[in-house]
Design a protein around this ligand. Structure first.
Ligand code: UDP
Length: 407
């Protein structure tokens, strides 16, 4: 990270209690201290520094900035890869789209996913091609597809869980093939055990549209996500401390206001409430020498239970990297424990989160700490929602609204 720090003019350090300690970086007063250098932390740091000229300290436990968006060049193959899984930026929010333009160029990219189902290669989400291939049909129009879907669907105006969502959208046969086994591998829970929001993420199409998302803005940061974060942290008012545990330093540094973007139950670990549940991921890296591509698409899902993994991601499909001589791909499996990636939205966790939220409200009043982001809100935010959440929080706390192209 020191190289990265040097190249973007950040202050950085490795480890709490070492040289930056009492006499160095921690000695000064900061207007704002932020735990976490992911999206939420980056937006808040950038807003406070650029908009208000405030002095900001960002404390990051990992060795790098960017949270789970962090990407880098794989040294054996030269391919740009993401350390924590595929990240596709898409948004309906015009102001979020406008905001991210400030931190580097973007290349339009519409994500398309294939799935291997009953040995056949089909588009996911379900569209006309998916059902024609899987059920040997010859549907040719939206009207025919609507009719076919209507026969399959089990209507439900108010689904209470993800099984009811899937059955009302695609019916039992596609549910059993694509959604039930994948969801079990991903969450170690069946869709009936998860809130409706999990399977509501995946649309169903009555046409030939193969896109994974429908948002008007879909793109990749042309120079990668890490570069975007470097630009967000670029201000001279921002100090980033990596390899540093916020809990170890917070009493040693003077801060006007705190933001915490880590897991909310880690913050309140001493309160003796039960822990919230998180699902984590594991990536098995494979290199293929002298191979243009290993698979036909960037992401290929393996929904059925004949494989123990959920998907395979081959980053070489992005960023015009097809000329590179080798490829690298990652087999993705879910697990409990490890780095927290996904909040698990079921009743137990949602109820428990409310108790943590009450603690958070008190903490906010008494200690001037605000909670922000996916892990602190215990919500399955997409990247744009995380940015939006942080922009809204900045407005709430400062009274300054982000207006488009106001920078
Ligand atoms: N899902 C599924 N089959 C698929 C793809 C997704 O059942 O082929 C379900 C699964 O439960 C997953 C959820 O839909 O957790 C949301 O998928 P998404 O691709 O949005 O997950 P992410 O990329 O955020 O991990």
């Amino acid at each position: 990270f020191s190289q990265l720090a040097a190249s973007v003019g950040l202050s950085s350090s490795t480890g709490s209690g070492s040289s930056p300690g009492e006499g160095g970086i921690l000695a000064g007063h900061y207007d704002v201290c932020i735990a976490g250098a992911g999206l939420s932390g980056a937006v808040l740091a950038e807003r406070y520094a650029s908009q208000l000229g405030h002095k900001v300290l960002v404390v990051e436990k990992r060795a790098h900035i960017g949270g789970n968006c962090f990407d880098y060049i794989d040294k054996d193959t030269g391919v740009r890869v993401s350390q924590y899984g595929a990240h596709l930026f898409h948004t309906y929010f015009d102001d979020v789209w406008d905001y991210v333009q400030k931190f580097g160029p973007w290349t339009p990219y519409e994500h398309k996913v294939r799935g291997i189902v009953n040995g056949k290669d089909v588009p996911i989400p379900v569209n006309i091609e998916t059902v024609n291939i899987l059920f040997d049909l010859n549907i040719q129009s939206q009207e025919e597809m609507d009719e076919w879907l209507k026969k399959e669907q089990i209507p439900n105006d108010n689904p209470q869980n993800s099984e009811e969502v899937a059955l009302s959208r695609v019916g039992k046969r596609l549910y059993e093939l694509i959604f039930k086994p994948y969801t079990f591998k991903q969450w170690n829970k069946y869709p009936v055990e998860l809130g409706p929001e999990v399977l509501q993420r995946i649309p169903v199409r009555n046409n030939w549209d193969e896109r994974y998302f429908s948002d008007p803005h879909q793109a990749l940061p042309t120079n990668g996500y890490t570069s975007l974060f470097e630009n967000m942290f670029k201000s001279q008012h921002i100090t980033v401390l990596t390899n540093t545990d916020y809990f170890q330093i917070r009493d040693k540094v003077s801060c006007g206001k705190h933001y915490f973007s880590g897991p909310i139950d880690a913050y309140f670990a001493e309160q003796k409430l039960p822990k919230l549940e998180y699902r984590s991921l594991e990536f098995e890296r494979k290199v293929e020498e002298n191979t243009q591509f290993f698979q036909q698409a960037f992401v290929v899902n393996h929904p059925q239970d004949n494989d123990d993994y959920t998907r395979i991601v081959e980053y070489k499909h992005l960023y015009n990297q097809s000329h590179l001589p080798h490829t690298v791909y990652f087999i993705e499996r879910s697990k409990d424990g490890g780095e927290p990636y996904y909040p698990v939205p079921n009743k137990r966790n949602k109820d428990l989160f409310k108790q943590y939220q009450n603690l958070a409200k008190k903490e906010e009043k008494t200690k001037n700490v605000s909670f922000v982001g996916r892990l602190a809100n215990y919500k399955y935010f997409n990247m744009d929602q995380a940015i939006n959440n942080a922009l809204e929080l900045f407005t709430k706390d400062t009274g300054i609204a982000y207006t488009m192209s106001s920078l």
